[in-house]
Design a protein around this ligand. Structure first.
Ligand SMILES: [Zn+2]
Length: 433
C-alpha cells in the first residue's frame, strides 16, 4: 500500500500553459508523486496516513534556487560593499583556504534551514568538498543539483578537481530517492582556460551530466576575455563547443546582441541573480530580452556572502522590479513571468522539467503553503500578484519535498536549528581570524 497524503487548501496554484488558481482544491500524494490535483472529491479519511487542511492557505510549487554556494553562508556579513575581484582576492579566497570538510556540512545545513524557511525546495549548488553538501541534502530532505567547483589555472589542481567532481557524480547522482543530482562545475572562463574546459566538457558528455558555470558576470571579465582570446565569454564558450552540451550559466549580465542570439539558439539555461549582481555592483542582466528570445531564465540568490540572504521571494520581486525601472517600462517581467522564473523556469534550468517547479499529476510533490490570513494579502484582487509583490517568507507555514513534510507550522522537522546555529557561528569565527 503506498503511503497516501491529502492536502486541501482554499487556493492551489496549478500551471498548465497558463497559471490557474484552483479554489477549494486538493492534492493527493502517493509516496513522492502527485497523483491527483483538482477540486475536492468525496474521500474516506481512513485512506490517508496524513491529512493537511489549509484554511485560508495557498499551495504552490516550491521555489527553485538555480545558483548558490550554500556553505558560503558561513561568510555572511564578513565582507560587504566591495567589488567582486577585490572581495574574492582579499577576503573570500583567503578565508576559503581555511575551510575544512565539516565546515561545508554545517555551512550547507545553515543555508538549507534558511532556504526551507523561505519556501525553496530545490537548489543548484557549486562549491568544494561537495560530499559534505550532499550529506546535508540527504539528511535534511531538500532537493539539490550539486557541482564540485573546478578551476583549471593550475594544471595539477585542475585534474585533481575534475577527478573529485567525477567521483561526486558516481557517488551521488540520483541518490536520496532521486532528490540529489550532480553536474560538473567549471567555475568560470577566467579560472578555467579553454583547454581545461574542453576536458570538463568531454567528462560531462562521458558521465552524461550537465555543466554549471559562471558566465559574463562582470564587465572586467568580458574585457579580460576579449583581450586574451579576442572573443566575448559566450562566443568563447560557443567556440569550445560547451554550449552544445546542457549548460546552466550563472549571471550572464554583460551580453551583446550576438551573445543573446547564441544563448537562445543553444537553449542555454540561465541563472539570473539580481540581488548578488546589484550588491557586487556587477550590473543587471538583460532579462527582458533573454526572455523575449525564449532563453530559459531561472532565478538564483548566489551565496549568502554576496546577497546576503537566500530568499527567493526577494529575488522574484527584484527580477520583476529591476527591468521595469531600468527600461522605464512597467509592463516588462509581469508578476506571472517572475513567478514562472522562480518555479517552472528553474526546473528547466536544472534539467528537471515537468518533474518539479509545477503542480500536476505525475510531478514530484515539492510544494509550499502560504498563510493568506494576513493584512498584506487583502483584498484578494489578484493572488498571483500578491505572491510576487506582497508575500513574505514568514507567511510560509508548510514545506514539502518529494512527498515528505520538512517544515510544518514554522518548525523544521529534519534540522536541529539550534545545533546548526551553534556550529555555524563557531566555524565562521575560526575561518575569519
Ligand atoms: Zn556564484
Amino acid at each position: 500500500m503506498p503511503k497516501k497524503k491529502l492536502l486541501q487548501a482554499d487556493y492551489i496554484l496549478a500551471w498548465d500553459n497558463a497559471p490557474e488558481i484552483i479554489s477549494q482544491g486538493e492534492i493527493v500524494i502517493e509516496d513522492s508523486l502527485i497523483t491527483y490535483i483538482g477540486p475536492r472529491l468525496e474521500r474516506r479519511e481512513k485512506d490517508f496516513e496524513e491529512i493537511i487542511k489549509g484554511r485560508d492557505n495557498l499551495i504552490m510549487p516550491g521555489f527553485i534556487n538555480t545558483h548558490t554556494h550554500a556553505a558560503m553562508s558561513l561568510f555572511r556579513g564578513y565582507a560587504d560593499d566591495m567589488a567582486l575581484m577585490d572581495w574574492l582576492n582579499n577576503k573570500i579566497w583567503p578565508a576559503e583556504a581555511k575551510l575544512r570538510k565539516e565546515d561545508i556540512y554545517w555551512g550547507t545545513m545553515l543555508a538549507i534551514a534558511e532556504m526551507l524557511r523561505g519556501g525553496t525546495t530545490c537548489f543548484a549548488d557549486m562549491y568544494f568538498h561537495m560530499d559534505e553538501a550532499a550529506r546535508a541534502c540527504l539528511e535534511s530532505g531538500i532537493r539539490a543539483s550539486l557541482a564540485q567547483g573546478l578551476t583549471g589555472l593550475d594544471k595539477i589542481k585542475g585534474m585533481a578537481g575534475l577527478k573529485e567532481g567525477s567521483s561526486l557524480v558516481r557517488n551521488w547522482h540520483n541518490k536520496g530517492d532521486g532528490r540529489i543530482t550532480v553536474m560538473l562545475g567549471p567555475h568560470a572562463p577566467y579560472t578555467c582556460p579553454p583547454d581545461y574546459l574542453q576536458k570538463v566538457l568531454e567528462k560531462a558528455a562521458d558521465l552524461d551530466v550537465p555543466i554549471h558555470i559562471h558566465l559574463a558576470e562582470t564587465r572586467a571579465e568580458v574585457k579580460e576575455c576579449l583581450s586574451k582570446y579576442g572573443k566575448t565569454p559566450v562566443e568563447l564558450m560557443e567556440e569550445i563547443g560547451l554550449l552544445d552540451h546542457r549548460v546552466l550559466a550563472a549571471h550572464c549580465v554583460h551580453l551583446t546582441e550576438k551573445e543573446i542570439e547564441i544563448l537562445a539558439e543553444k537553449e542555454t539555461a540561465i541563472a539570473h541573480n539580481p540581488g548578488s549582481n546589484l550588491k557586487l555592483g556587477s550590473g543587471t542582466a538583460p532579462v527582458a530580452k533573454l526572455l523575449e528570445k525564449g532563453v530559459p531564465v531561472g532565478l538564483g540568490t548566489d551565496s549568502a556572502a554576496s546577497n546576503n540572504n537566500l530568499d527567493m521571494l526577494e529575488e522574484m520581486r527584484l527580477a520583476a522590479l529591476l527591468p521595469k525601472g531600468l527600461l522605464e517600462n512597467p509592463t516588462v517581467v509581469p508578476a506571472e513571468t517572475a513567478l514562472k522564473m522562480a518555479t517552472i523556469n528553474g526546473a528547466d534550468a536544472l534539467f528537471l522539467s515537468n518533474e518539479v517547479g509545477i503542480l500536476k499529476k505525475g510531478a514530484k510533490a515539492d510544494l509550499i503553503m502560504f498563510n493568506l490570513n494576513q493584512p498584506h494579502f487583502y483584498p484578494r484582487h489578484n493572488i498571483l500578484a500578491h505572491l510576487v509583490y506582497s508575500a513574505r517568507s514568514a507567511d510560509i507555514n508548510l514545506v514539502m519535498v518529494n512527498g515528505t513534510v520538512l517544515m510544518s507550522d514554522g518548525e523544521l522537522l529534519t534540522i536541529d536549528e539550534e545545533r546548526v546555529f551553534f556550529e555555524a557561528q563557531l566555524r565562521a569565527t575560526r575561518l575569519v581570524y
